[in-house]
Design a protein around this ligand. Sequence first.
Ligand code: SF4
Length: 311
Amino acid sequence: MNVKCSLCGRRAVIRIGYAGVHLCEEHFSSYFERRFLEATRLLRMFERGERVAVAVSGGKDSLTLLYLMSKHADALGVEVVAVLVDEGIRGYREEKARAAEAYAKRWGVELVVKSFREELGFTLDEAVSALMEDGLRYKPCTVCGVFRRYLLNRAALELGADKLATAHNLDDEAQAFLMNALQANLPSIAREGPRSERVHEKLVPRVKPFYFIPEKEVLTYALLHGIESPPVECPYIVYSLRHPLRRWLNEVAERDPGVKHRVIALKNALAPLLDRGGPFRSCRVCGMPSSGEVCKACQLRQYIERILASR
Ligand code: SF4
């Protein structure tokens, strides 16, 4: 990019389209970190003395969040631990997990790994091949998402974490809103936000410090700070509705840079008007939070175990 920084005239590294400015490396980095810190303070994501579990996948977003959380842990007054869920996706997760382990070590953060194999008795690959034999009633990302959320929460509970921080950014949230809208999943639209409350004693509240930050800015910050992730893609992404929605939203944003912010503004205006579902109770099988008598993770696990046993 041969354009000058709108603030100092040095070479710009990014155009912030919705703000109409170009920024150099130094001004962009301080702008980005300020927005991260402001989000945590304005939305009261953390209290001093809290233990925060950061969910890492080994991708650039979650590694950037781990970097910033460890860098600013003292200023925020929190203790940081990292949690990674290994779903068992051959050729993908091992590489990402290695990157997460290396960075956690470099930044001096304890990393705890929970695997589908150890916690559920099967990998995602095994679950998907079983589901395919049964007509693929559940898509791989649905299965992955249900168990990952379940295990992240369980890991955060076991670690005594007060909060579980995830790296969902503005793009992720805009895509999730569109997916939920297309599936008429109104309770999810109502529940998902930049922070959640403790609605059940075993549900660790979630916070999303990148909720208002576009993916392009997170990736630029990662690049400028040498945060790298193996360039492998999950083989199941092709089954996900998120994939085409992401492409479409990016195309629209090329012509209309503020569109993702407006999708989120629409979502935030709608959410308080919708029924959140619930209240949460304890799953009859595992005792974890559930909106029904048996939680989704136990239902899905029993279903997959039945197919695997009948083979
Ligand atoms: Fe899981 Fe789907 Fe993401 Fe793959 S693309 S890691 S299956 S949610």
